[in-house]
Design a protein around this ligand. Structure first.
Ligand code: KIV
Ligand code: ZN
Length: 400
């Protein structure tokens, strides 16, 4: 996959190190944890369409769902597994026989088994002792491996689990062949530094590959995921637009673009489809994307204030990261007209519309834009042209 060239070659000065992460794979859980967002439900057709885009984008793993959940869910996971040509398709299972069998029957390439490991969840959710959780986890991993399928094991609520027990269960499932150990920060309480230390310890206790699953309760999901990679994890679990339980998961677009643009890692993912897939998830999940959401929000590459817009007109690197451009994510840059607009933006937009304004006319139209913008009016391109006509700005050909 050809990577879109960056506009500037990395940061000069302060943040110029790019060697912290050498390998990074992406495990997408939009169709599983993402679908667990309150009030979200994807139809069979939605799931197929979303999976097909993620597959085309070269996402390494697609967690297609929870096969034991219902007949439709089973069929969706089965058909996604059958259709995917690039991505590994994964199905989720509790450490319960019927879950594991349903996942295996669906024909997925990978079964993701999970068990609670924190005392609070063992006691009041799973209703099992530590020993029972460990034994059932070992049995589930053994069954998946016996079937010849790749197995991922998650000690759920790992970040609130007793350290010794966490190590014991990771070692036990690793011994029976777990291929991946996923460390979930189930309720989003990790901080980047603490999570780093934790992942480094986990890596020292297993030969399996390590993956991380971070939640955004404190807005740290993407930072924690990146910290996980820095500590030795080779994969993180993300969802498009960050949808998922409660405040959601680490956002696919944030983690992928940080890897690509800030760490200089080639993920192999077709990032130019990020804006498109984000809009599809927004529509199908019924979760509106905030305008200021990184990368996929309406304002992510928009500029209104005079100084910023004037700088961007001259060179977009002045007030954008430079290492990430709208083209890289399939978005477009916009110069928005409003209360903070300056004359540079107005001149640029008037000239785009075929006007040839004098400096005085630009100032007059700018005043009108600012006044109306201050009254919260949305100044569209059409409205700008009306202002220009009201002020008597001549068209280019007339002045010539
Ligand atoms: O948040 C979590 O712990 C999960 C597990 C099933 C991995 O979603
Ligand atoms: Zn989760």
């Amino acid at each position: 996959m050809r990577r879109l060239r960056r506009r500037i070659e990395f940061f000069q000065g302060t943040l110029d190190s790019t060697s912290e992460i050498s390998e990074a794979r992406i495990f997408d859980t939009t169709l599983r944890d993402g679908e667990q967002s309150p009030r979200t439900s994807f139809s069979y057709e939605d799931k197929r369409e979303i999976a097909s885009i993620l597959d085309d984008m070269r996402t390494h793993v697609i967690e297609a769902g929870f096969p034991v959940n219902s007949e439709t869910e089973f069929e969706a996971v089965r058909d996604i597994a059958d259709a995917a040509s690039r991505s590994t398709v994964c199905g989720l299972a509790r450490v319960v026989e019927k879950d594991v069998e349903a996942a295996l029957d669906s024909g997925v390439d990978m079964v993701h088994v999970f068990a609670s490991t924190s005392d609070v969840q063992l006691q009041d959710s799973m209703h099992a002792t530590r020993q029972e959780a460990l034994e059932r986890s070992v049995e589930a991993v053994e069954r998946v491996k016996e079937a010849g399928v790749t197995c991922m094991f998650s000690p759920m609520d790992a970040t609130r689990t007793d350290e010794q027990f966490l190590t014991d269960i990771i070692e036990a499932v690793s011994e029976v062949g777990a291929d991946w150990i996923n460390i979930p920060d189930t309720v989003g309480v990790a901080t980047p530094r603490r999570f780093y230390d934790m992942i480094e310890t986990v890596c020292a206790h297993t030969d399996a590959e390590v993956d991380v699953h971070t939640h955004d309760d404190f807005g740290l999901a993407a930072a924690n995921a990146l910290s996980g990679y820095e500590a030795g994890a080779t994969q993180s679990q993300v969802s498009i637009n960050g949808i998922g339980e409660r405040a959601g998961n680490a956002a696919y677009e944030e983690v992928v673009m940080a890897l690509e643009s800030l760490y200089d890692v080639d993920t192999g993912i077709d990032t130019a489809r990020i804006a498109e897939v984000s809009r599809i998830i927004e529509e199908k999940s019924d979760i509106t994307t905030p305008a200021n959401k990184p990368i996929v929000g309406e304002n992510a590459f928009s500029h209104e204030s005079g100084i910023h817009a004037a700088g961007v007109i001259e060179n977009s690197d002045t007030f954008e990261p430079g290492v990430m451009t709208p083209e890289m994510v399939g978005a477009t840059r916009e110069l928005v007209l409003g209360k903070h607009t300056g004359t540079h933006s107005v001149r640029e937009r008037l000239e785009d519309a075929g006007f040839d304004p004098t400096d005085a006319e630009v100032r007059e139209v700018t005043r009108m834009v600012k006044d109306r913008g201050a009254q919260k009016e949305q100044i569209t391109f059409e409205r700008l042209k009306e202002f220009a006509r009201d002020v008597g700005v001549r068209r280019e050909e007339v002045r010539i």
